[in-house]
Write a protein that binds this ligand. Structure first.
Ligand code: FEO
Length: 395
């Protein structure tokens, strides 16, 4: 994908990543992802805003050369040091050895630890500016979006905000760039938010406060489209997902070896559907935790089901709970259903894991020996009613 003009003197020079890999080694990206980098040409100075993953350095440099000679870069602004954005720093510094690296104190510190090329740096603080000649870059400290060193960069004259990971999305650009050229719902913004940014929701809200009164004509993130038609769209979405508002939605998360757990999961699912409750069911043998987290962030209640495996929790459930714990998913009520064949303290084990995740448990817990019998289903009906009262209290 070649470079593109955003406005007079502002260019996109990023790349798409179509490799069949897990983003961060963790998250599936079947539709790829873009690493966005931008050139800002003032009358006197030129700034490059962020770089790309080093795997794509060659394509990146080709894009830059369509716009400028790389040696003419005066400043390399690093909004964020994660290597999907800083990874090509060494390659750029080899072509622009006199360029000064601009970033927060911590960003400069990390850059020196990551990269081998020597560089001069400019450490910026909140609200500081840098003149390019008729074009003023203003920097905002926006920590934890999504690392502690992150800043956002704003062109005062053009009202363009370069927000880094904040307001980004999964999905390659495939030759398009602007929000009015792209089918936004297909871009998996919510999954990107859940997987990458949701742990730092309170910092999204703080950043929202900081930019609330900033006129933004164009929003340029590091992943996904450039928003020129409606820059408020991703900001509103991020603030909505960062709030503590939940949908009236139940998630059923389960693992199943020989369908005993699955049968009870389906029993619960049918009951919720019969009450017109939005319910989403995830068999972890068929679903990556990334997709579960995406629906979990705004679910009101959860049912989690596990067989007993080697005397313990089914490993895929343990794995899912570890994602939930690490991502700091907001506390939610969990109902438990589990089964065993010859002995089990699985309910206690699961309760302990859920407590470690900060979740609450709704009684009664359901433990079946093999498949659920009528007595088990009567108990499951009581649990169903308890969850129903949480999701739709006036039912
Ligand atoms: Fe897109 Fe946190 O890097």
């Amino acid at each position: 994908m070649a470079s593109k003009t955003i406005s007079d003197g502002v260019y996109w020079v990023g790349v798409d990543d179509y490799r069949d890999i897990l983003f961060e080694g963790l998250w599936p990206i079947p539709n790829g992802v873009s690493y966005n980098s931008y050139i800002v040409k003032g009358k006197e100075k030129i700034a490059l805003i962020d770089t790309v993953d080093k795997y794509y350095a060659k394509n990146f440099i080709t894009n830059i050369k369509e716009v400028i000679e790389p040696s003419s870069i005066d400043y390399i602004v690093l909004n964020h040091l994660e290597p999907d954005h800083s990874g090509a720093l060494d390659q750029i510094l080899q072509l622009a050895p006199n360029a000064r690296v601009v970033g927060s104190r911590l960003a400069i510190n990390i850059a020196k630890a990551y990269y081998t090329q020597k560089f001069e740096s400019i450490q910026v603080n909140d609200g500081e500016t840098l003149q390019l000649g008729g074009c003023t870059l203003k920097f905002f400290l926006t920590p934890w979006l999504h690392w502690p060193e992150t800043i956002s960069t704003y062109i005062i004259e053009d009202k363009i905000l370069f927000s880094g990971d904040a307001f980004g999305t999964f999905g390659a650009l495939n030759g398009k760039l602007f929000d009015d050229e792209i089918d936004l719902p297909n871009m998996e913004m919510k999954r990107y938010f859940a997987d990458i940014v949701s742990h730092y929701s309170k910092f999204v809200i703080k950043a929202g406060e900081k930019i609330k009164n900033l006129p933004i004509k164009t929003l340029c993130t590091t992943h996904g489209p450039v928003y020129r038609k409606d820059p408020s769209y991703p900001i509103k979405k991020y603030l909505e997902w960062s709030s503590d508002r939940d949908e009236n939605k139940v998630l059923i998360i389960y693992g199943s070896m020989y369908e005993h757990t699955k049968e009870l999961a389906e029993y619960f699912e049918e009951n919720f559907k019969a009450k017109n409750i939005l319910v989403k069911s995830f068999d972890l043998s068929r679903t990556h935790p990334s997709y579960v987290l995406t629906d979990l962030i705004d679910a009101k209640a959860v049912l989690i089901g596990t067989p007993t495996y080697e005397g313990s929790i089914f490993p895929l459930i343990t794995n899912m709970l570890e994602y939930i714990r690490i991502k700091g998913v907001r506390s939610k009520p969990f109902g438990i259903f589990a089964n065993f064949s010859w002995g089990s303290n699985i309910i206690e084990l699961l309760k302990k894991k859920l407590a470690e995740c900060g979740m609450t448990v709704v009684d009664p817990t359901i433990l079946t020996k093999g498949r659920a019998l009528d007595d088990d289903k009567r108990k499951a009906d009581i649990l169903f009613q308890k969850i129903l009262e949480i999701v739709r209290p006036n039912d």
